[in-house]
Design a protein around this ligand. Sequence first.
Ligand SMILES: N[C@@H](CCC(=O)N[C@@H](CS)C(=O)NCC(=O)O)C(=O)O
Length: 199
Amino acid sequence: MAIDTRKGEQHSPEFLAINPNGKTPALLDDDVPVFDSTAILLYLAEKIGQFMPTGTPRARAEMYSWMMFVASGVGPYCGQAVHFRLFAPEPKEYALNRYDFEAWRHWELIEARLATQRYMLDEYSVVDMAVWGWARMIPRVLGSDEAWARLPNVKRLLDEINARPAAQRAEALKARFTFQDAVDDEARRHLFPSNLRLG
Ligand SMILES: N[C@@H](CCC(=O)N[C@@H](CS)C(=O)NCC(=O)O)C(=O)O
């Protein structure tokens, strides 16, 4: 189902039954609920037996390490960089500087890796998909399209995955729905409940 987070649909009982954390994405695969983007990728890859190295412990360790790097590093730092850049009230210089710095630092690690190899692992995998999810957001996260000049290999991977049929199907699916654009007072109440404590 399509969830418009700016309208607060992530807090509906139906959605919370799938993801008690009230955040997108979440999946109901037949009757199996899965939530959190990294868990969804690992679950689906394991289910279909593709896009995951199955060989040596070293290869699996590499995959898990980079998946968690995206889940616990790229995701949270990029998310907070967007929040402080676009939505937080002043004063925010300290927080914006910290999250922008950390977002850049994470992307530069990915850039360095992709400068020496085509994909994040030896072959195309769930790690590239996880990176793609956030790479699409780079201009918003890092403040402008100029970020691509410093991340040419991330852009290369982004363009390659964008051209894959599955990525195009995902875009086409998204285009079937209209999501609220404005982050108005009501959307802020849904998205940033911590603000209520500020009075
Ligand atoms: N760790 C989660 C983060 C999910 C997340 O923050 N989702 C955002 C949209 S991209 C959301 O649902 N925000 C609505 C809210 O926080 O109420 C994941 O990777 O799936």
